[in-house]
Design a protein around this ligand. Structure first.
Ligand SMILES: [Zn+2]
Length: 222
């Protein structure tokens, strides 16, 4: 049996459920899971949205609301990008390789757990292009998420959300340095010692990681 959430959270779920199913998206609110496995990557995650033949929005909810709500909001904004036919979302799937930009980007740096495409030769230009696609889509998603948090009056402080989102956005520039994504459980947006170093606006150069933030990633996200 699922527990009761704050009223605005219930309202958000009440909107999201028919909205997703009305657009052919399976909404999986995994009340009994601490993590969910994304079918596209086979990696344990806090939540995901996948498009394709069987679109699915999924979030692991066996944790406090403050630990899953922002994930659901974020992933639901990827769903919105997809539903609107946003080129930012479309560009996350990269022809001619038929793989996601993130998979290709991570795969270019050995040791990452997304490292599945060792044989694909990528030029410096390709790598820069992939980075640009990922950060553009994720930043747009985060900006949408902030609007959604405000629109539904969700119990998330928008200013703190932006700082946490920045810790996530900037991390992408650490992937070449650290060899891949942070381990599940060491998400930079969960660790205050990391996100506290981030500003509460999106007007940043995400290719250049501030030194103090880089030190925090190296200390807490490995
Ligand atoms: Zn995202």
């Amino acid at each position: 049996m699922r527990i009761n959430y704050p009223k605005t959270v219930e309202n958000f779920l009440f909107y999201l459920s028919p909205y997703a199913s009305g657009h052919g998206v399976e909404l999986d609110l995994a009340y009994h899971r601490e993590f969910v496995v994304c079918p596209a990557t086979d990696i344990e995650m806090n939540g995901y949205f996948i498009s394709g033949r069987r679109p699915k929005l999924c979030v692991a909810m066996k944790k406090p609301v403050s630990d899953w709500l922002h994930v659901l909001v974020h992933e639901s904004c990827h769903m919105d990008q997809w539903l609107e036919g946003s080129p930012l979302w479309r560009d996350l799937m990269v022809a001619p390789w038929g793989k996601s930009a993130l998979e290709l980007f991570c795969g270019a740096f050995r040791g990452g757990k997304n490292d599945t495409n060792e044989s694909i030769p990528l030029s410096e230009e390709d790598i820069e292009d992939l980075f640009g696609r990922i950060v553009a889509a994720e930043r747009d998603c985060e900006e949408r998420a902030v609007e959604k948090i405000k629109a539904y009056d969700l119990p998330i402080d928008p200013s703190e959300y932006i700082r946490r989102a920045n810790a996530y956005l900037w991390y992408h520039a650490m992937i070449p340095v650290l060899g891949g994504f942070y381990p599940t459980g060491k998400e930079p947006y969960r660790i205050k010692e990391v996100w506290a170093h981030c500003p509460d606006h999106f007007d940043n150069d995400y290719a250049v990681v501030p030194k103090i933030l880089e030190r925090a990633y190296r200390t807490y996200c490995v």
